[in-house]
Design a binder for this molecule. Structure first.
Ligand SMILES: [Zn+2]
Ligand SMILES: [Zn+2]
Length: 421
């Protein structure tokens, strides 16, 4: 359990008098102020670097803060520690016999979830645990979209947290953190969004998220959140793994093809029992002969069992995989990374995979530090973005936490994404 000092709570009887000291004399600034009805207090936060001071003023005579002030006068009321997962933190403390005031978390200020530990367990100090509201809205619902006579279903396999600096390469944090604010460990939340493509005859899925084989240590490093995952999304769309006929890999990194296989009775087997799988021949060669730089991304368990089971077909550039669905080499991220072009009745959608992992990666130079050949990524993006704007491609952002797809637009020389899903 990792806890970071979030704020120190100070019970006051007269907010104006307290601000005369903390604001006027000390020179701190009020960052926000809000009523917390569940505590019958008004909370006013003053910034002090990474933590804050919280002035607590009772809004009703029966508020716990009113009783505190009545008994002891104004003064330090509690300290608050920020945790990533308050439910896990409470379970951790309960297991150690720590006396809690709140057995379960309840709503606090600014959309946070909070719980108090009894002062008798903490040397007489009242300790609040606080899980802040997510800074980035997470979007999971499967969404159906018609593209000509194809049906597209945007899926979710949950979220992972990757290092923000690695996700944006040479772009300084001061720029990217406005788009995707990181957590205390500098991780930003990223979706994993496979895409189902159906015509009357075939149900295909492009990529399948990281699946359920990740070990506990990696799950912690990558802040894995699969409370809602691909099986849920398929079920919500009226489908199951048995309905998938064709599985297409953009490339063979674990966050894209971990869900291609599953462990059943100790063996690793194809996760979609009736499907044929398709991967690029060159990508397969790289993935099965990894080097020090890409080894952590190519987990053999995710694709070798497919070859062993005889269900994997390797194809070359520009192969049409099903009618209207074809590979297009982008390179860059990996030498044989593919985007998937989806065309029907004059309309085009593009599964951009790791070329445009999120809608924040639209500027040509916003390229991931993970890319093996960033100059190839740049060359691809320069051409592709023109084409996508002119021909109104619907671009799917596999890793965007809050949006599944949109149109690239340009207005007065500025590029942006118009969200569709
Ligand atoms: Zn990748
Ligand atoms: Zn990826």
């Amino acid at each position: 359990m990792k806890a970071v000092l979030d704020h120190v709570g100070i019970a006051v009887s007269d907010l104006r008098a307290s601000l005369a000291f903390f604001e006027d004399a000390l020179g701190l600034h009020v960052e926000c102020s809000e009523d917390v009805p569940s505590q019958r207090v008004r909370a006013t936060f003053l910034g002090t670097g990474r933590s804050t001071l919280e002035m607590l003023e009772a809004t009703s005579a029966d508020s716990p803060v009113a009783r505190f002030v009545e008994k002891r006068g104004p003064g330090q009321h509690h300290i608050a520690l920020r945790v990533d997962d308050i439910d896990a933190a409470l379970a951790h403390l309960r297991a150690r016999g720590v006396r809690l005031i709140d057995e379960t978390a309840r709503p606090g200020a600014e959309g946070a979830r909070v719980a108090f530990i009894h002062p008798s367990a903490a040397q007489g100090v009242l300790v609040e645990l606080k899980q802040p509201a997510p800074k980035v809205p997470l979007f999971t619902t499967p969404v159906r979209y018609s593209l000509g006579d194809l049906e597209l279903l945007s899926m979710s396999d949950g979220f992972i947290g990757l290092d923000g600096g690695a996700m944006f390469g040479v772009v300084p944090r001061t720029l990217w953190e406005k788009r995707l604010p990181p957590d205390d460990a500098n991780r930003i939340p990223l979706g994993m969004r496979p895409l189902v493509v159906r015509n009357g005859a075939t149900t295909a899925i492009i990529d399948a998220g990281c699946g359920d084989k990740m070990d506990a240590k990696s799950a912690q490093i990558y802040k894995l959140d699969r409370r809602y995952h691909l099986d849920h999304a398929l079920a919500d769309a009226g489908l199951s793994a048995d309905d998938i006929d064709l599985v297409i890999a953009s490339h063979l990194h674990f966050d894209h093809v971990g869900g291609f296989t599953a462990r059943r009775n100790g063996a690793t087997v194809p996760r979609f029992p009736k499907a044929r799988y398709v991967a690029h021949r060159g990508e397969w060669a790289d993935a099965t002969h990894p080097h020090e730089r890409n080894r952590a991304s190519y987990l053999q368990d995710n694709f070798v069992p497919l070859m062993d089971a005889g269900v994997l077909t390797l194809v070359d550039d520009d192969t049409e995989i099903m009618p209207g669905v074809r590979y297009r080499r982008s390179g860059g991220h990996t030498p044989n990374h593919q985007v998937v072009m989806i065309e029907s009745q004059g309309r085009t959608a593009v599964f951009a995979a790791d070329m445009y992992p999120t809608s924040a990666h639209i500027p040509d130079a916003w390229i991931m530090g993970y890319d093996l050949y960033p100059m190839d990524t740049l060359a691809f993006k320069r051409d592709f973005v023109r084409e996508a704007i002119e021909r109104e491609y619907l671009v799917f952002f596999e890793h965007d936490p809050s949006m599944a797809a949109g149109y690239l637009r340009e207005q007065d020389g500025k590029r942006f994404v118009e969200r569709v899903i």
